[in-house]
Design a protein around this ligand. Structure first.
Ligand SMILES: CCCCCCCCCCCCC/C=C/[C@@H](O)[C@H](CO)NC(=O)CCCCCCCCCCCCCCC
Ligand SMILES: Nc1ncnc2c1ncn2[C@@H]1O[C@H](COP(=O)(O)OP(=O)(O)OP(=O)(O)O)[C@@H](O)[C@H]1O
Ligand SMILES: [Ca+2]
Length: 600
């Protein structure tokens, strides 16, 4: 392989040791020069926070916190990450370090005499270096911390000559300017009432300083009511002047961004959203999420953690993660878009009940979850779906959708070529039929879930469908048939353990491109009337089925945390319709001779 040309290489002083520092097109590296006289003065040095005297303490605090987290959560995956990190820590011992240019956040000159950086921040300078090496510059870069967290780290290099210092700063700035995927101007919406109502504080204290450091300018709107962000994006915002839009809030706020941006894009391109068959036009602007909500499921599944600083850094480096979006229609009328969960039965009932308990905060989901579990309602209806048979991957795969996912890339290309739909038959399933490539299943269901991505979240770190993909153009349709409470509990519990939640006789899962659901007792427009007249229908069903456990005729659809007004819906997946400022979950180092607990 051809070696990258060196743009710059010099001997610079770093923490009172001489370092060979070099910058090529992809990497900034610094390596301690192994001479006897290498140290101007003593002091420990390690590869993480090379610039600050607080580094060793920070590293120890980090190790302590990680041990605590591991002890509490028994999270084997992070234990392996911890061990490999420790190995790296011990073996590298501060002699050399490399940072990808794409992960440099900023560079600034340091006014050594005054001890002030050119962004106005103050820093204590070591005495020896100011005398011998009077010029300095600081590079801020992304450093990986525990469990997918990213942090901003600084390294300060000292130079003998001012011209050399300026040359370094200028060259690094040129390199950063050449990174065209980085946003320069962003439109930010803050929901002051999301999650624990900390949105504004999180943005001001944790995110805004990082955007300033990276020279990103922003227009900030603090929302005044629900759907403020959606409507502003859809009709008013002058989107041409921005490189992306950012929301500070939870999944509900993200859903507003998706609706605003997707609707705007379709309107600008003359596409009718009410037609279920219409091919939607992908949005060009990327969406950033600064997590400040109750569930933060989208953030968790696209970044690996719901951490505001990590998300801000992914925005700054200009990451891009395409994502599938489901459109939901009822009788040729557009209802909503979904990016995570469409759930009828259990998750619909949990949401409907939890809406009445908003005052409980995030705990309302657990309360309503427990109540819904005890209620144990099942719902009758017909599910028809178009299996995605011509793609790579199945919902039972052991592999996971991770940064640079091959399956998403491959299937994304396939979809852009409009692959033909393939018809298959499966004679083993007695209550299903095939009609023009569609499979039809009638039954009694405790839950019908469509997961367009894993739906990993703190409640279930592997998610509702652990092998689902962010951008493969499919959704995983999970059908949980009527079963005993005990079996349903076993199924639910498996979402929190290594065991396969689909490996149960009453559960089936299909990777699909489109699906429809029709509840048994309503096949027409009069559905809403029937719903309002629910009591009469309920007793009717009970008379028809004396042995039934008095289940109502309808549940509601939970569409990314919003209740849909209809039970009969038609859903289509739009491959890679939107893009996020994210890169998917990064793999963490795992020792090869040990079993990988995530892969069970
Ligand atoms: C025994 C423990 C079993 C735990 C099983 C946990 C599975 C949890 C799976 C969560 C999937 C979340 C999908 C994300 C959906 C988001 O687009 C949406 C918007 O934020 N969130 C919700 O709708 C919010 C939905 C929140 C749903 C919470 C469900 C909690 C179930 C608790 C069941 C307790 C049974 C206890 C029996 C003794
Ligand atoms: N200023 C506002 N006042 C009231 N509601 C708002 C405001 N701005 C946004 N919202 C709405 O608040 C809802 C919840 O917001 P968000 O997703 O940020 O927080 P959350 O705590 O995660 O909520 P949830 O778990 O219900 O999604 C969103 O659906 C959004 O439409
Ligand atoms: Ca998908």
């Amino acid at each position: 392989m051809e070696k990258q040309p060196r743009l710059l290489a010099s001997q610079l002083l770093l923490k009172n040791s001489l370092f060979e520092v070099s910058l090529n097109r992809v990497l900034l590296t610094w390596k301690e020069i192994p001479t006897k006289k290498k140290r101007v003065s003593g002091g420990i040095h390690h590869p993480f926070k090379v610039a600050g005297p607080r580094s060793a303490t920070a590293a120890l605090a980090w190790i302590a916190s990680l041990c605590r987290v591991n002890w509490m959560a028994h999270n084997l995956a992070s234990e392996f990450f911890f061990m490999s990190w420790l190995t790296f820590f011990i073996t590298s011992q501060g002699t050399s370090h490399g940072v990808s240019v794409s992960e440099i956040l900023a560079v600034r000159e340091l006014d050594v005499d005054s001890g002030r950086k050119d962004d106005g921040r103050w820093q204590k300078m070591p005495q020896k270096s100011t005398e011998a090496y009077p010029y300095a510059f600081t590079v801020s870069y992304v450093e990986r911390a525990w469990q997918h967290r990213w942090r901003c780290s600084d390294v300060t290099f000292h130079c003998l000559e001012g011209a050399l210092c300026q040359q370094w700063v200028q060259t690094i700035r040129e390199q950063l300017t050449a990174l065209t995927s980085r946003p320069k101007h962003l439109l930010v919406y803050i929901n002051p009432y999301g999650g624990k109502q900390q949105g504004e504080r999180i943005y001001e204290q944790k995110v805004a300083p990082l955007f300033t450091l990276a020279s990103i300018s922003t227009d900030v709107i603090v929302t005044e009511h629900a759907n403020h962000a959606r409507d502003h994006l859809r009709t008013e915002a002058e989107l041409k002047q921005y490189d992306g839009v950012v929301c500070v809030g939870g999944d509900g706020m993200f859903s507003e961004m998706v609706h605003g941006l997707v609707s705007r894009t379709q309107r600008d391109n003359g596409v009718d959203q009410n037609s279920p068959e219409e091919k939607l036009v992908p949005c060009t602007l990327r969406i950033g999420i600064i997590p400040a909500g109750s569930t933060d499921c989208i953030c968790y599944a696209t970044v690996g953690i719901n951490d505001p600083v990590t998300s801000a850094l992914h925005i700054i480096v200009g990451d891009a993660q395409p994502m599938d979006v489901c459109s939901v229609h009822h009788n040729n009328t557009f209802l909503r878009y979904s990016v995570s969960l469409l759930g009828y039965g259990f998750y619909g009932d949990v949401l409907a009940d939890s809406e009445r308990k908003r005052w409980m905060g995030p705990a309302r989901y657990d309360f309503s979850g427990f109540k819904t579990f005890l209620t144990h309602h099942y719902y009758e209806g017909t599910v028809s779906f178009l299996p995605a048979t011509d793609i790579l991957g199945t919902p039972r795969d052991k592999t996971r959708c991770r940064a640079g996912c091959f399956i998403c890339q491959h299937n994304g290309q396939l979809y852009s070529e409009d692959a033909p739909e393939i018809c298959e038959t499966d004679p083993d399933v007695s209550d299903s039929e095939y009609k023009g490539g569609w499979r039809v299943i009638r039954g009694k269901f405790l839950a019908i879930n469509a997961a367009s991505m894993s739906c990993a979240c703190p409640r279930s770190p592997k998610g509702l469908s652990p092998a689902a993909h962010l951008a493969d153009g499919t959704t995983d349709l999970i059908l949980v048939r009527k079963c005993s409470r005990f079996n349903f509990l076993r199924h639910l519990l498996r979402h929190t353990s290594k065991y396969d939640q689909f490996d149960m006789t009453f559960v089936e899962v299909h990777r699909v491109r489109r699906f429809r659901f029709t509840p048994r007792y309503c096949q027409s427009d009069s559905e809403l009337d029937l719903r309002e007249n629910g009591k009469r229908l309920f007793s009717q069903i009970c008379r028809d089925h004396p042995a039934c456990s008095c289940s109502p005729a309808y549940s509601s659809w939970n569409c990314d945390g919003e209740i849909l007004p209809h039970a009969a819906i038609e859903v289509g997946v739009h491959c890679q319709l939107i893009k996020l400022f994210a890169r998917g979950i990064e793999e963490q180092p795992v020792f090869e001779d040990l079993p990988n607990p995530c892969a069970v």
